[in-house]
Write a protein that binds this ligand. Structure first.
Ligand code: TRP
Length: 322
């Protein structure tokens, strides 16, 4: 049974972003852009899980494979008595591979903005790892915040940031994010980060344009959300999913494209969309190993070890503050 005493919940009350204001601001800007965090309502989260299961989207299964194949090595790097802090913990799935391998972890600290998901994931994890203190922190990890005191025998505090989410930041924002991780973890802080690698554009383009249309459904779900939550007056069939690898910038660019000259209505406002106009929804940067190390160095982190899969599709970096 669930050992409730092993869970602590620190609510740092992250401000709820106003969906309506964010959408209106994004569509009023030139070029039009909607921030990628808007993807993850309940349906969006389920569609993203479905993307992870498509044959083309190699990222999730490859990262899990790397973690499984190297769990012993990673655990040896981290050592005994660690506090493992996961930024954007979601369902806390990948961290289980680490927690199983770690020697006497002192605490698992999932950090997530989504309060109820965090509560549930923390409870499930605590039930599956009896005796492991789970100290959940509800916070927006993209903004500076502080960790609660993490008592116990001396050991490392290690940040875990899987999923190549780091690729969804602009490179300068990666440096700012890692600097704030450095502050959060304190002197001697270490991080384990998953990052997608540069590779053949064919593989990248296929991953973001799966044959079954799951990526398209996920991207266009943003318009479904606008329709249902804001009573948006728009026809989703007059928009299409666009994803392509921009080789010069080293990133997948994601857009929703207007298929016609049209005017859409949202919350009393009207927005013109030209035929072919692109509404930007996300970038997903792909870093070669030395590029990633150079970015990390700008935030004061040195590479300790990097693991990849045999196909060199994905990388997991172990970094240490110098
Ligand atoms: N964070 C995911 C990634 O960079 C997001 C993603 C996957 C995505 N497929 C998508 C975003 C399709 C928009 C459309 O891989």
């Amino acid at each position: 049974m669930n050992d409730a005493t092993a869970i602590a919940f620190h609510d740092l009350a992250p401000g709820e972003d106003n969906f309506r204001e964010t959408v209106l601001r994004g569509l009023a800007s030139q070029p039009k852009a909607l921030p990628c965090k808007l993807f993850y309502d309940a349906r969006g989260s389920a569609l993203f899980e479905a993307i992870c299961d498509t044959p083309e989207y190699y990222l999730t299964r490859t990262e899990i494979g790397i973690l499984e194949a190297n769990a012993g090595d990673i655990a040896a790097r981290i050592g005994p008595n660690c506090r493992l802090v996961e930024l954007g913990s979601g369902a806390s799935r990948k961290v289980r591979i680490l927690l199983q391998a770690l020697e006497r972890p002192v605490a698992y600290v999932p950090v997530d903005i989504s309060r109820e998901h965090l509560r549930q994931a923390a409870a499930r994890l605590a039930a599956d790892f009896p005796g492991l203190p789970v100290i959940a922190v509800c916070a927006d990890y993209t903004r500076p915040f502080e960790l609660p005191p993490l008592s116990g025998p001396p050991g490392k505090t290690v940040g875990f940031f899987p999923g190549s989410t780091i690729g969804n930041f602009e490179p300068d924002a990666v440096v700012a994010f890692l600097k704030h991780c450095a502050k959060l973890l304190g002197p001697g802080g270490e991080m384990l980060i998953g990052s997608d690698l540069k590779k053949s554009p064919d593989i990248l383009n296929a991953a973001y344009n799966d044959a079954a249309g799951t990526n398209a459904a996920f991207n266009l779900n943003l318009l479904e959300r606008i329709k249902s939550e804001l009573g948006g007056d728009l026809d989703i069939d007059r928009f299409a999913h666009v994803a392509f690898y921009n080789e010069r910038e080293g990133r997948i660019e994601l857009y929703v494209k207007s298929l016609a000259d049209q005017t859409i209505g949202i919350a009393g406002r009207r927005f013109r969309c030209a035929a072919g106009e692109l509404i930007h929804t996300e970038n997903s940067y792909k870093y070669a190993i030395p590029e990633f190390h150079a970015l990390a160095a700008r935030a004061g982190f040195q590479p300790v070890q990097t693991w990849t899969d045999p196909g060199r599709l994905f990388s997991v970096h172990y970094l240490r503050l110098e």
